[in-house]
Write a protein that binds this ligand. Structure first.
Ligand code: NAP
Length: 304
């Protein structure tokens, strides 16, 4: 059956934007694309890590432009990305930045602040990034956008309800855009990783089968993007397992998840009164919330 969404893409895109380049998967992607003649637009809020990464990429021959906006501020994201798209026509945009948050540490439900923090980055931030880069790509009639979702989009992790929901939203959004934009010359890919060794997974309180290093994840992503695969899914065995969970009767899937050790914490509701949520995210988030709640994030730090 012909795939009407399969359009030609660059094997070696010249100008690549990576959001969340300061994180585990983002840095590995940046370093894998860094080469002579390459333009890298690297985004992240942690300016120290961003500067170190830029130096490493420049040493490999790339010209680097940095962006430091907070993805929760959609207006700024769209404005800055539209401006930079005029100066540096973006061939490939990797919509990679994300945060996660686990139920646990004395919580019985997710607080609204924590829910908003995850949705603000994973959904609002991702869609604003697309809104920022897409108009120039459509005008040119060429471009590629990769949206980083997760295998949790196929079957949610009981420990991370909002995170799983946000990744399912990104998957659905990307799949829909692909059909709309292929005739206009813009390729859309959805990336669905399993467990990857990064700061994000370090805080995950459940089994992490078939976990892979970030460099290997970057290789999978690059290969899938060069082929313009609609879904870039890895590692394969875990992907098949998750896909099965999504089609089996739910009661059976939940039993399997429980037997494998994926469970939401079973705590009395009162515990929530004593502890606020813990936002498991990035260096910048952790530094910003350490020891004091911030009004900017409006995330309550767990009382120690
Ligand atoms: N690691 C895994 O096992 C795994 C599995 C499936 C999917 N994923 C997805 O892969 C992507 C990358 O994950 P990772 O493991 O590399 O995570 P990570 O190491 O924690 O990095 C997250 C990145 O997101 C950026 N970020 C977070 N909040 C932000 C905000 N408000 N504004 C701007 N940037 C923000 C961080 O930048 P700063 O630190 O500079 O703020 C950082 O660069 C995410 O979308 C994640 O959901 C990861």
């Amino acid at each position: 059956m012909p795939d009407l969404t399969q359009i030609p893409v660059w094997k070696k895109p010249r100008t690549v934007l990576i959001t969340g380049a300061t994180g585990g998967i983002g840095s590995a992607l940046a370093e894998s694309y860094a080469a002579q003649g390459q333009v890298l637009i690297l985004h992240g809020r942690d300016t120290t890590r961003l500067a170190e990464l830029s130096q490493r990429c420049e040493a490999l021959g790339a010209r680097v432009v940095t962006l430091t906006f907070d993805l929760r501020d959609a207006c700024v994201v769209i404005r800055e990305l539209r401006q930079i798209s005029q100066r540096e026509p973006i061939d490939l945009a990797l919509v990679n930045a994300g945060v996660t948050r686990m139920l646990g540490d004395g919580e019985a439900v997710e607080s609204w602040d924590a829910v908003r923090a995850v949705i603000g980055v994973n959904i609002d931030g991702a869609l604003a990034t697309v809104a920022g880069v897409l108009p120039a790509m459509r005008r040119r009639g060429s471009g590629q956008i990769a949206l980083v979702s997760s295998l949790a989009a196929y079957f949610g992790l009981p420990q991370a309800p909002t995170y799983s929901a946000s990744k399912a939203a990104v998957k659905a959004y990307g799949e829909t855009l692909r059909v709309w934009l292929a005739p206009q010359g813009v390729a859309i890919n959805v990336v669905l990783p399993g467990f990857v060794e990064t700061a994000m997974t370090a805080g995950f309180n459940g089994p992490k089968p078939a976990i892979i290093p970030a460099e290997r994840a970057a290789r999978h992503i690059r290969k899938g993007l060069a082929r313009n695969s609609p879904r870039i899914v890895f590692p394969r065995p875990l992907a098949w397992g998750t896909l099965w969970l999504s089609v089996l009767p739910q009661s059976l899937s939940h039993w399997i998840m429980g037997a494998l050790g994926y469970r939401a914490p079973d705590l009395p509701p009162k515990a929530e009164d004593r502890f606020g949520p813990t936002l498991l995210s990035t260096g910048a988030d952790r530094a910003a919330t350490r020891g004091r709640p911030t009004s900017e994030q409006n995330v309550t730090q767990r009382t120690r």
